[in-house]
Design a protein around this ligand. Structure first.
Ligand SMILES: [Zn+2]
Length: 474
């Protein structure tokens, strides 16, 4: 790493990249939002990674509020117990400690119980979620409701909301229901959850209830039933194939998110009573990890073009070659760069950084949301550094979603943490370079002076083509 007095600070670099948005993005990055549990629970059938599912589910279970509340766990499986470290974007408070304590009690009681009952466990679990984490669950249900009433689908020439479209698709599939003995384990399980033994009846009834806001938030049983029916979509490979309909994709994803609670609770119960893990769950201990406060920051350099020029000067050793207007034409959102923004510490990086400072070895992390782009780059940077030191263990997270936030870099003098921050810097500088290159290419394509430079305009595209080929081979 080269020290440069003129180097742009990491946080200003984040401000710049976050603010520079293409005027005509090919796809809306905001819509790529997803959840960690989602991925771990539904795409991971590898038994060796069941741990990740459980760790991720525990992280989700501790999230009390909608969007901005995010939680991460690092779990250590010791001879006689599980040691769990928990971090939350905003740091633990009393309510958070309470839900954690209750969840730990439920897990320990179930592991100690000589006759553990799955139904009872699930009811207790949902009671806990309803009382402490109702905000998060309700936000998922209302996201599902708006998805159900969104007019995206089409039957013939009529544009219709998603629920009737889903019904129509399901009816079509129903006609070709696989014979019982051809059903996958998940399909059979899903069918057993349905009152009429039909794969979808229960699900459609539950969704109709969500659509007309008839889910009673004060009733635990109500939540259990809804989440159980939604979990069918995760269980059944058959229902999952509905995902191939692009207009139903968001709906299916939202159904799965509501179903995660039930699905995860079942996984957790099965693990708790598994003789391989039971005694470890009996002695499970949880450690809370503090988080730094969010910080408010306004780049000292209010002119984004001056900052960009400085980045380019540092990189190339000469003055910037694209104009302010050219860059702005492509990345118009840059006008928000000078605003004061709130930067949030992300729980997974905070957790890793704090564990490193306590000299605790790398392990698998569970996160309640998919890791964002910068967290993912940061963790890779830390792992690369550890690899160079000869460490074979790695910090592992589930999948990543490609989105950049106002991200607060972990503050530490630990070389591993600094390596993570350095990796984020390199990554962001590369992004800026690509942006600048994009502008240069477009300038070439759009500039009328390029046409003037040709002494004889080509007669036809074919002539143009042959000339190019000759030049290349010559
Ligand atoms: Zn993140």
């Amino acid at each position: 790493m080269t020290e440069n007095a003129d180097e742009v600070s990491l946080i200003d670099l984040i401000a710049f990249v976050k603010s520079a948005r293409r005027r005509n993005p090919e796809r809306d990055e905001e819509a790529e939002y997803n959840d960690g549990t989602q991925n771990a629970l539904y795409t991971d059938t590898n038994k060796a990674r069941v741990h990740l599912i459980i760790y991720t589910f525990i992280a989700l279970s501790l999230v009390q509020f909608g969007n901005r509340d995010v939680c991460a766990t690092a779990v250590y499986q010791l001879e006689d117990r599980f040691e769990v470290y928990v971090s939350r974007n905003d740091g633990p408070d009393d309510r958070f400690r309470q839900v954690t304590d209750e969840l730990v009690c439920l897990i320990r009681d179930t592991a100690t119980n000589t006759k553990p009952d799955k139904g009872k466990f699930i009811r207790h679990y949902f009671d806990l979620i309803r009382r402490h984490c109702g905000g998060k669950l309700k936000s998922r249900i209302s996201a599902l409701q708006s998805e159900l009433t969104k007019h995206t689908g089409r039957i013939g020439k009529f544009v219709i909301p998603s629920l009737p479209l889903l019904k129509e698709r399901i009816t079509n599939y129903g006609a070709s229901d696989p014979p019982k003995f051809h059903m996958s384990w998940g399909d059979a399980k899903a069918a057993s959850l349905s009152p009429k033994g039909n794969l979808y009846d229960g699900l459609l009834l539950a969704l109709a209830k969500v659509e007309r806001s008839a889910v009673d938030p004060t009733s635990t049983v109500n939540y259990v039933n809804l989440s159980r029916q939604c979990s069918v979509v995760g269980e059944s490979t058959y229902v999952r194939s509905l995902n191939q309909h692009p207009e139903l994709y968001d709906l299916i994803e939202n159904i799965k998110k509501v179903g995660q609670y039930y699905r995860g609770a079942r996984y957790l119960f099965d693990r708790i009573i598994d003789p391989k893990y039971q005694s470890r769950f009996k002695n499970i201990t949880v450690h809370m990890v503090d988080s730094p406060d969010r910080i408010k920051h306004r780049p000292p350099e209010t002119d984004w073009y001056a900052l960009l020029s400085r980045i380019e000067q540092n990189r190339t050793g000469s003055a910037i070659t694209i104009s302010k207007g050219r860059f702005q034409a492509e990345y118009g959102g840059i006008v928000n760069y000078e605003k004061k923004q709130e930067y949030t510490p992300h729980c997974e990086c905070n957790l890793v950084s704090q564990l490193i400072s306590r000299n605790i070895a790398p392990t698998t992390l569970g996160t309640s949301k998919l890791c964002c782009e910068l967290c993912s780059v940061w963790i890779d940077g830390v792992n690369d550094y550890l690899g160079k030191l000869g460490e074979t263990r790695r910090w592992t997270v589930g999948s990543t979603r490609g989105k950049i936030y106002f991200w607060e870099p972990p503050q530490s003098t630990s070389p591993a943490v600094m390596a993570g921050n350095a990796a984020v810097r390199v990554y962001l500088l590369k992004k800026v370079r690509i942006m600048v290159d994009n502008c240069k290419q477009l300038e070439v394509l759009e500039s009328p002076s390029e046409m003037d430079a040709l002494s004889v305009p080509p007669d036809s595209p074919f002539l143009d083509y042959t000339e190019d080929v000759m030049e290349e081979t010559g």
